[in-house]
Design a protein around this ligand. Structure first.
Ligand code: NAD
Ligand code: IPM
Ligand code: MN
Length: 353
């Protein structure tokens, strides 16, 4: 029997609620499988920060190294500046484990209402591949004359040829694997950012020559935001820098129904280091404790984790169970127009497995 070691970091806010749901579903699923998931819980979070002044122990990365996967809810607390929470846990893990491909699917499932007029199920079916270790999120910069009237802030973006090429290549490989529209769209803002983003453009031009069977186009981020809404059917695989991918995937989430359906994986394609699986959404302080958080994004994220671990058919089973509950339309949280509670949705998914 195969055994996978999974580090679980529920984190903050609804992260704790939806991770609890997803673990229940995974435990149920594993009962009838020929593999086992061994969960180890880590209480690294804003509560941990209030006690210790740090988001995770100094040897946190070392502790996570031995795991096959990291399953994270969300971090972020209204009483702590976000750059402290996120730069203390989430972003260092993505970088330390070289999780350079952040994959975020957006699929319009049957039974989900979209704010875009005239769309049928599966009219939206794309994946954004977001560069996840450098770009605008490089932790490089500083203040001069902090808190003085002359204060200066510098925040540098880092784009390396290696970093651009590897994530673009990943996007092409994914388009081949999907075998849907066989199309890759590259997103930049190279009309304004004449260094970093033109390097990206040149890398895209070079890599696409290796994949003559895949059609391509390049869009500027402003126009891409418009087209995600105006003609979302056009997209298949979209590859973008760290910040642009972040923004685009919230649009992708809402045109396919809800943040509560948006799954995500931070992938180290080499599998040398553990990848991390967390939904696209955050800790949602506006709904925490109300028992109305939608656990589906976290559960679909568990499906991405299983697929990455090599348990592809089980990952698909999980997605199908979620799809079934959506299509039945009887047990949905308010974000999807229902009035069910988080635990009722969890139970419904379990009974559809
Ligand atoms: P958010 O994603 O937490 O919430 C945005 C909106 O979507 C809110 O109205 C929320 O109620 C709704 N929503 C999100 N997930 C939902 C779910 N599962 N079910 C139903 N509704 C859901 O974004 P925000 O409000 O901008 O950020 C809140 C905090 O989370 C901030 O501290 C932010 O920095 C942090 N954050 C963390 C992560 C992460 O850890 N990966 C991601 C995004 C934001
Ligand atoms: C996400 C989040 C994070 C990001 C934040 C919380 C740092 O918005 O995972 O989409 O921008 O990567
Ligand atoms: Mn985001």
């Amino acid at each position: 029997m195969k055994d996978y070691k999974i580090a679980v970091i529920p984190g903050d806010g609804i992260g704790i609620e939806v991770v609890d749901s997803a673990i229940k579903v995974l435990k149920h699923l594993c009962k009838k499988k020929d593999f086992n998931l061994n969960f180890t819980n880590f209480d690294w979070s804003s509560e941990y920060y209030f006690k210790n002044g740090i988001m995770m122990p100094n040897d946190g990365i070392k502790q996570l190294e031995e795991f096959d996967g990291i399953f994270l809810g969300a971090v972020g607390h209204p009483d702590i500046q976000d750059h402290i929470t996120l730069n203390g846990l989430l972003l260092p893990i993505r970088r330390a484990f070289d999780q350079y491909a952040c994959v975020r699917p957006s699929v319009l499932y049957p039974g989900v209402e979209t704010p875009i007029k005239g769309l049928k199920p599966y009219d939206v079916d794309f994946i954004v591949v977001r560069e996840n270790t450098e770009g605008e999120y490089a932790n490089v910069g500083g203040f001069q004359y902090e808190n003085f009237p002359e204060e200066v802030a510098i925040q540098s973006a880092i784009f390396t040829r290696k970093g651009c090429e590897r994530v673009i290549r990943y996007a092409f490989e994914l388009a081949i694997k999907r075998n849907k529209k066989n199309h890759v769209t590259s997103i930049t803002k190279s009309n304004a950012q004449g260094y970093s983003m033109t390097l990206w453009d040149r890398c895209f031009e070079d890599i696409k020559k290796e994949y003559p069977q895949i059609s391509t186009n390049s869009l500027l981020i402003d126009a891409a935001c418009m087209d995600f809404i105006r003609k979302p059917k056009d997209f298949d695989v979209v590859v973008a820098s760290n910040l642009f991918g972040d923004i685009l995937t919230d649009i992708g989430a809402i045109i396919t129904g809800s943040m509560g359906l948006a799954s995500s994986g931070n992938i180290d394609p080499s599998k040398n280091k553990p990848s991390m699986f967390e939904p696209t959404h955050g800790s949602a302080p506006d709904i925490v404790g109300k028992e109305i958080s939608n656990p589906m994004a976290q559960i679909l994220t568990a499906g991405i984790m299983l697929t990455h671990l090599g348990e592809e058919s089980t990952g698909m089973e999980l997605e199908n169970a979620v799809k079934k509950v959506i299509e039945l339309g009887e047990t949905l949280t308010p974000d999807l127009g229902g009035n069910s509670k988080t635990n009722e949705v969890t139970e419904a998914i379990i009974s559809n497995l």
